[in-house]
Design a protein around this ligand. Structure first.
Ligand SMILES: [Zn+2]
Length: 319
């Protein structure tokens, strides 16, 4: 059981260094502790001067992460989208992200970054480009001739955004203000992964966002091959408080050697309710829990907001 003091601190929405009981709250339906950890108010963004805000948006089966720096700089990492083969016309860009940005009174984005070219990451981007000025568009530059990717780049050009390929070592090219630092670990600077389980996934942009002592690691749909490359080369430089779990919690991501370098306190899984892929997979969940991370999921939690002043961080969920 958790202590009375911990209950009070949870009520204040302060994320504690998790006790075993709180770690268990990362699972659904495990009793009072889980309920207590989840009962936070609906997400309302009340920005304070020194906060970095990172929002893991609930876009169904897809990925979209909004970053707003203390200096007011904005970066949207992926924009959700419905897999083409599902034949659905539901557009999370238009239905979720555009209204969300409006609510935050954000009327232009400094950056929009595509982790990789799959439709559940870029399908929502045309709506963003058509509704907001996007100053700079960033992508990993892997096989840009495929249909949806090529169409998107045409729209980026037509809308007048600057364009930059972003790979290992290019973090300094992203300016989110003086209090935030960006590092890019992958795709590798001098080659792309080929012949893997999914080359597009493995060439996802692996990006760390650092604000003081608090850091976030965004992975897109990075799978084991890309994870092992980064884990071997960068080791504890990958260490991050908050991890966006790769490939929606697929069994082919969240490899043990990678997680043992990242050692996240919070693991965020961007995943759609009752998705047909069976994401997240039990194998991945077990590995994530074995490094002691508390798991949040957009299918259960809705939008998940993390605020940090660079010293501590607070997690709020929509549901
Ligand atoms: Zn995906």
């Amino acid at each position: 059981m958790i202590s009375f003091l911990q209950k009070i601190l949870l009520t204040l929405f302060i994320l504690l260094p998790a006790s075993p009981a709180l770690r268990a709250a990362g699972q659904r339906g495990v009793g009072q502790d889980a309920l207590l950890a989840r009962r936070v108010p609906p997400a309302r963004y009340q920005k304070t001067e020194n906060d970095l805000l990172v929002v893991f948006l609930d876009v169904g089966q897809g990925n979209a992460v909004l970053i707003v720096s203390p200096e007011g700089k904005t970066l949207l990492y992926d924009a959700g989208g419905t897999p083409e083969w599902m034949g659905s016309s539901w557009d999370p860009g238009a239905r979720v992200i555009v209204p969300y940005l409006d609510e935050l009174e954000i009327n232009e984005l400094d950056y929009m970054l595509m982790s990789h070219s799959h439709s559940d990451h870029i399908g929502g981007m045309p709506a963003i480009l058509n509704n907001f000025k996007v100053k700079t568009f960033l992508d990993p530059g892997f096989d840009p001739d495929s249909g949806l990717y090529a169409d998107l780049l045409n729209l980026v050009r037509a809308r007048g955004s600057d364009y930059m390929v972003i790979r290992e070592g290019d973090g300094h090219k992203i300016d989110l203000g003086k209090s935030v630092k960006v590092e890019i670990f992958s795709p590798p600077a001098d080659f792309y992964f080929r012949g893997t389980n999914s080359d597009s996934n493995n060439n996802s942009v692996l990006m760390k966002v650092i604000c003081g002592d608090v850091s976030f690691l965004l992975t897109g749909d990075l799978e084991e091959r890309g994870e092992l490359y980064a884990a071997r080369k960068y080791r504890s430089q990958l260490a991050s408080n908050i991890l966006q779990v790769g490939h929606h919690g697929s069994a082919t991501s969240s490899s043990k050697p990678f997680l043992e370098q990242v050692l996240p306190e919070v693991a965020l899984i961007p995943v759609g309710d009752r998705n047909t892929f069976g994401h997240p997979r039990a194998e991945a969940l077990n590995r994530i829990e074995s490094v002691g991370a508390e798991i949040y999921r957009t299918d259960y939690d809705g939008h998940v907001l993390v605020y940090t002043d660079g010293k501590t961080f607070v997690v709020e969920t929509e549901r």
